[in-house]
Ligand binder design. Structure first.
Ligand code: SF4
Length: 353
């Protein structure tokens, strides 16, 4: 049932926007005017409008049964209506390709199950642990390396967090805690304040890193309460936003990022290199330049993690290296993100250039 208009988020809180994310493929296609496209707009020639619509909807329904569609309205507003090649749409639209297996693509591409000593905690690298602070995301990115992750066995709550805190307190080599998910900012500020206070009491932990896509997809998430727990701690705090394309950085996102940088939060960006979405020098250059304008340093550009269902997003290594080499010729070094791949059991992310 379609009940909303694209312009209906302005008066909603971030929690209401999170709860109201679009999950129905039919609604998504309707709001983006993709249910009434003329066939030649898609250059599909012989398809009639009806069969084309069915085909797109059929694909979205099948693929979203495997990994649910989820798009917040604030993100949808940045997608160009009627354009099936929109780079933001392609990150969220469930397609038939996801259901085709590909060699080397697995449910747990980073071997995280083997690095999950207690629920809600992943310990992959020396000196750092990752906490699954929330199992929820505001958006379901189709290339997500955790799209098959067992959140059921890693449900965060005070009991699990207490176990995780005990683990961190016992291991004196841990100097950095990373909030992850799902999206950690899907948790409430009250929960995040409590957790951050507990971590700050562990003397050997010096740094807190928050990996989140929420400031990009629902910029209203950056509330005064959020700024308060991020900046009132003695931990050195870094926020790593996950933006993949310059079109994601509209003035609402810019306003949220300015609030964070004005409050003294260190801001970095991590991008996934995605075929047909951001695999051009122009996109990557515009992304880096826009990020820097908003107080964010480009940090990593990741080769795709080989998760089952995402093979169609892969950019071959050779092409990835060519793109970054060309980017280096266009931008100062501090605006060129490091091209890396994560390899299970490797002690660090592996630079490819
Ligand atoms: S926001 Fe991150 S964790 Fe959530 S679906 Fe997207 S890539 Fe995965």
């Amino acid at each position: 049932m379609i009940t909303r208009s694209v312009a209906s988020v302005d008066s909603l809180t971030w929690q209401e926007q999170l709860a109201g994310s679009i999950r129905d493929p039919k609604e998504l296609l309707h709001l983006l005017e993709l249910d009434s496209l003329e066939p030649d707009a898609l250059e599909l020639g012989t398809h009639g409008t009806e069969s084309l619509t069915k085909s797109l909807l059929g694909q979205a329904l099948s693929a979203s049964a495997d990994f649910q569609l989820r798009v917040p309205m604030a993100y949808l507003q940045r997608i160009k209506k009627g354009d099936l090649n929109d780079p933001l749409l392609l990150q969220v639209l469930p397609l038939e390709e996801e259901l085709t297996g590909a060699p080397g693509y697995t449910a747990d591409p980073l071997g995280e199950q083997a690095a999950n000593p207690i629920p809600g905690l992943i310990h992959k690298y020396h000196g750092r642990v990752l906490l699954i602070v929330s199992p929820n995301c505001a958006i379901n990115c189709r290339y997500c390396f955790r799209r098959h992750f067992s959140y059921q066995n890693n449900k965060p709550g005070r009991n699990e967090w207490q176990q995780a805190l005990d683990y961190i307190a016992t291991d004196h080599s841990i100097t950095e805690v990373i909030y992850s998910g799902g999206d950690p900012l899907a948790a409430s500020d009250r929960q995040l304040l409590w957790l951050t206070e507990q971590i700050a009491q562990i003397n050997h932990v010096k740094r807190l890193r928050v990996h989140t896509r929420l400031p990009i997809v629902i910029p209203d998430r950056i509330t005064d309460h959020c700024l308060q727990w991020l900046t009132s701690t003695d931990l050195l705090t870094t926020l790593v936003i996950h933006s993949n394309h310059p079109n994601e950085l509209d003035h609402h996102v810019g306003h949220a990022l300015k609030k964070l940088s004005n409050a003294g939060v260190t801001l970095l960006n991590q991008t996934v290199l995605l075929s047909g979405i951001n695999d051009s020098v122009e996109s990557l250059q515009a992304l880096s330049e826009k990020l820097f304008q908003l107080g964010v340093l480009p940090y990593y550009i990741h080769q795709l993690d080989k998760v089952k269902g995402a093979a169609h997003f892969e950019v071959p290594d050779q092409r990835a290296k060519q793109l970054i080499t060309k980017l280096m010729a266009q931008l100062p070094g501090y605006l060129v993100p490091k091209l890396v791949r994560e390899i299970p059991d490797h002690p660090n992310k592996v630079p490819l250039l």
